[in-house]
Design a protein around this ligand. Structure first.
Ligand SMILES: Nc1ncnc2c1ncn2[C@@H]1O[C@H](COP(=O)(O)OP(=O)(O)O)[C@@H](O)[C@H]1O
Ligand SMILES: [Mg+2]
Length: 612
């Protein structure tokens, strides 16, 4: 609750940030995708505006015709036609506006779709560390706001600001053609004053609007938090204290809302004053010309109608101006995500990893993994690995053990190329990881992590995720080999059981076996097991280990383990301490050496004599 409220506040601080108007240019490609639609909606826009601008003209002729016919009983034919035309124009101005929206809707919606997808794909391209250091919730909000803002900018910047300016221009031209330049001068001056005033006051008001939102958030958070803690409040008889604290927030909220309201009144009054002054001046000019006989009564009506008509869209401009500013900031933030360059990149030639050449056909194990004096650190100031050097022959199993924080998982991340090594190289069947595409590399590596995370979907879909397109029989076979058959048979809904968000509805051991089944389905020649059993109890561990042995058979395996009992069968065991391999050899050799491994072994045997 509170976290969200805080995030809200920080994100809604647009006033401290200057919008970058150049962002508007980046919308161009989205408009170009549907040229015809854009052109058509522009035409409709102009038609709508023409109808709007023609209305006062029709009004003028109606009044003039009536004036001319006064005293005569001649047919009312001319005014009737004009009145009908007036009605038609009024309807046309709305109709063309709606048609324009309908035609343009596709452009705006498609732009939103394109941008959302682009950002999503880009986020998947960015490296792991970016995601680890950023809150997904905030990211999702940035994307949502950004895409909505794009749609807003497309619709409003084009269909509100531009048409309003267009209308002002048309009115000015008509006034200039029909009357003296004096009217045009007054109109332009009025519009200018009105805009400057509205923008200035709106900017000044932003502070109060934001304050109101903040206070609203704060008092809301407080109220909800207090009600969530209902029992605690009762335990301590603190209802009075809670009310007092809530009221203290409400006082601020009240103040903020008052200021907001008053500043809005100031804005409205000021705008009304400008309008009234303009109307008075215009009417006075027109009235004196009518009196002098230079213009007709119809002209006066027309001028009046133009003025009223002109100030309606102008009125909205203050609000739209503020919204556009906010939208620009949102879009800029979202595009900022796109500018984040990925650190791990594919080679330009797009070479794919080839596994062992002919060996695969002759049913020999492939996928020799070599770490060559690998050094690495997440931050330049803090190296994690120092010249780590080892080899996993094809089809063999190498275990890495050592204290937490030694850099074991880092080895796995480097092999999967979540990061690039700083010095040295990692090779698979002789090929440097950096020389092949990430897709082809990741295709041949299966990972069973310590805490497998499942999608909120059925068990079946979660296993099938290992190889989209796998047949039902293949998925069932993978489940069987991962020792899941019994578990699934016991479930009332079997394979169709939903696992819940992040797989919370299945136990750790079951989750782990689903993850293993997934990897079995993927059937990669190289396997990484990163503490795949350390979060399990002794019983679950035995079952998972049995499943793991199934996967690891005949695959090149890098197993990282906390419990030494799970790796004693490895072909080679490396003891990693503070980013350096301090010992290596098989279980027996290392025990005989009486070094770090032997000490660890002894310590763990004392802790869990049963499993030793
Ligand atoms: N994404 C990261 N950014 C910065 N430091 C990290 C990151 N991941 C791990 N580290 C640090 O690197 C060191 C080694 O981590 P890790 O390889 O996960 O250790 P372990 O041997 O327990 O698996 C730890 O000190 C950890 O704090
Ligand atoms: Mg680890």
């Amino acid at each position: 609750m509170r976290q969200f409220a805080q995030h809200d506040n920080s994100a809604d601080h647009p006033a401290d940030q200057r919008p970058n108007w150049r962002i508007l240019r980046s919308l161009w490609p989205y408009l170009m995708e549907f040229r015809t639609r854009v052109v058509l909606s522009m035409v409709l826009l102009v038609l709508a505006k023409l109808a709007t601008v023609a209305m006062p003209l029709a009004l003028k002729y109606i009044v003039d015709a009536l004036e001319a016919e006064r005293g005569m009983q001649a047919a009312l034919a001319v005014p009737v036609l004009l009145v009908l035309a007036y009605g038609a124009l009024r309807f046309a101005s709305t109709l063309f506006g709606e048609l324009r929206d309908a035609v343009f809707a596709r452009v705006a919606e498609r732009a939103m779709r394109r941008v959302s997808l682009k950002v999503f794909e880009h986020l998947h391209r960015l490296e792991l560390s970016y995601h680890l250091s950023r809150r997904t919730g905030g990211l999702a909000r940035d994307i949502e706001r950004g895409t909505n803002s794009i749609s807003f900018l497309l619709r409003f910047a084009i269909f509100n600001v531009v048409p309003t300016l267009l209308e002002i221009l048309m009115v000015a031209v008509i006034l200039l053609l029909v009357f003296s330049p004096g009217y045009v001068l007054v109109v332009l001056l009025a519009v200018f004053t009105y805009l400057v005033f509205s923008i200035r006051i709106t900017e000044w008001r932003t502070r109060f609007v934001r304050e109101t939102n903040e206070m609203d958030n704060r008092s809301n958070t407080r109220a909800v938090d207090s009600l969530l803690n209902y029992e605690t409040v009762k335990y301590f008889g603190n209802e009075g204290f809670e009310a007092q604290r809530y009221d203290a927030d409400l006082v601020l909220w009240e103040e903020a809302r008052m200021k907001n309201r008053l500043s809005l009144s100031a804005l409205n009054s000021g705008q009304a004053l400008i309008i009234a002054l303009t109307m008075t001046v215009m009417m006075w000019m027109a009235a004196s010309q009518v009196a002098a006989g230079t213009i007709t009564l119809g002209d006066l009506t027309m001028i009046n109608a133009y003025m009223i008509q002109l100030f309606v869209p102008l009125n909205a401009l203050g609000f739209i101006y503020r919204e556009i500013r906010q939208a620009l900031i949102n879009v800029e933030r979202m595009f900022g995500l796109l500018e984040q360059p990925p650190r791990v990149t594919d080679p330009e030639e797009g070479t794919t990893l080839t596994m062992g050449g002919a060996a695969r056909a002759t049913d020999q194990a492939v996928g020799e993994v070599v770490f060559e004096r690998v050094s690495f650190g997440y931050h330049p100031q803090r190296p994690i690995l120092h010249g780590v050097d080892f080899r996993i022959p094809a089809g063999r199993k190498v275990a890495v053990v050592g204290p937490s924080g030694a850099g074991k998982s880092t080895l796995a991340r480097l092999l999967f190329r979540f990061f690039d090594v700083e010095a040295g190289a990692i090779r698979i069947d002789g090929q440097d990881l950096r020389a092949v595409t990430q897709a082809s590399l990741r295709q041949v590596i299966g990972v069973v992590p310590q805490d497998a995370v499942l999608f909120n979907d059925t068990i079946f879909s979660n296993i099938a995720y290992g190889r989209p397109g796998a047949t039902r029989a293949e998925v069932e076979d993978a489940a069987r080999r991962a020792h899941l058959s019994q578990f699934i048979a016991d479930l009332p809904e079997g394979f169709e059981t939903m696992v819940g968000e992040r797989g919370l509805k299945v136990s750790g051991g079951e989750k782990q076996r689903i993850a293993i089944a997934r990897v079995l389905l993927k059937d990669p020649p190289i396997l990484i097991l990163d503490e795949a059993t350390s979060s399990l109890d002794a019983h679950a561990e035995q079952v998972v280990l049995a499943a793991l042995n199934e996967v690891a058979a005949r695959r090149t395996t890098l197993v990282i383990a906390h419990r030494l009992s799970t790796v004693r069968d490895a072909d080679q065991i490396l003891v990693l301490e503070a980013g350096r391999i301090v010992e290596s050899g098989d279980h027996e050799t290392l025990l005989a050496a009486r070094g770090a491994y032997a000490a660890l072994w002894q310590a763990q045997s004392r802790e869990r004599p049963a499993s030793a």
